[in-house]
Write a protein of this length. Structure first.
Length: 206
């Protein structure tokens, strides 16, 4: 199938996607909002007063959900490589999470505090070369886990998007070393053909 046919098919599917339509109707910036809403409903991730870090935040739907759940009590710090329109109750940083200076900027934005929750929807730009895309995706997940280990309070929670494939088993073992409980979720809002899933690490070990 040619690239133009593929992109037309994607656009048609996107326009007809019930979650895309629902997001427009309910004022969310993307359909991804419903993934976090479902995860939160099942796992009770968000509560007023929390300090939340949102990695791979643009266009901002996860930050929207988080800020709404905090109800004006607490703070969200959001980071993405892409620009993101401001949101009330959200401190937005733009830069590359793979660069140490951006990690330093994140810690600075936390103001010396420790986060209650780190949510990561980080994903690489997809090249279409499966092996390369999987390797880059797992690398981002590993960086997010390392960051969560440094910035979360003991007992804190980490949510990370991963794709099943090479490196997944090793990453799952690393999650189990770091957190007392680790569960996996495939939200209904995830597209059926996607191999994406979310791992939830609860109770960061001291």
């Amino acid at each position: 199938m040619s690239r133009s046919k593929t992109s037309k098919a994607w656009m048609r599917e996107h326009i007809n996607d019930p979650y895309v339509q629902k997001a427009k109707a309910e004022g969310y910036r993307s359909r991804a909002a419903y993934k976090l809403l479902e995860l939160d409903k099942k796992d009770r991730l968000l509560a007023p007063g929390q300090l939340v870090v949102d990695l791979g935040a643009a266009p901002g739907s996860w930050s929207q959900v988080a800020a709404a759940k905090l109800g004006g009590k607490g703070r969200v710090v959001a980071l993405d490589l892409l620009p993101m329109e401001p949101l009330p109750g959200v401190h937005v940083l733009q830069g590359d999470f793979r660069e140490q200076e951006m990690v330093d900027a994140l810690f600075l934005a936390l103001g010396g505090g420790k986060a209650d929750l780190v949510i990561s929807d980080l994903a690489p730009n997809i090249s279409g070369i499966g092996v390369s895309d999987q390797a880059r995706s797992m690398y981002l997940a590993e960086l997010a886990l390392e960051f969560a280990g440094q910035c979360l309070k003991p007992g804190g929670t980490f949510v990370v998007k991963v794709f099943q494939g090479a490196g997944f088993t090793e990453f799952l073992l690393a999650m189990r070393k770091a957190f007392a409980k680790v569960g996996s979720r495939k939200p209904e809002a995830s597209r059926g053909r996607s191999s994406e899933m979310y791992l939830i690490g609860k109770s960061l070990k001291g």
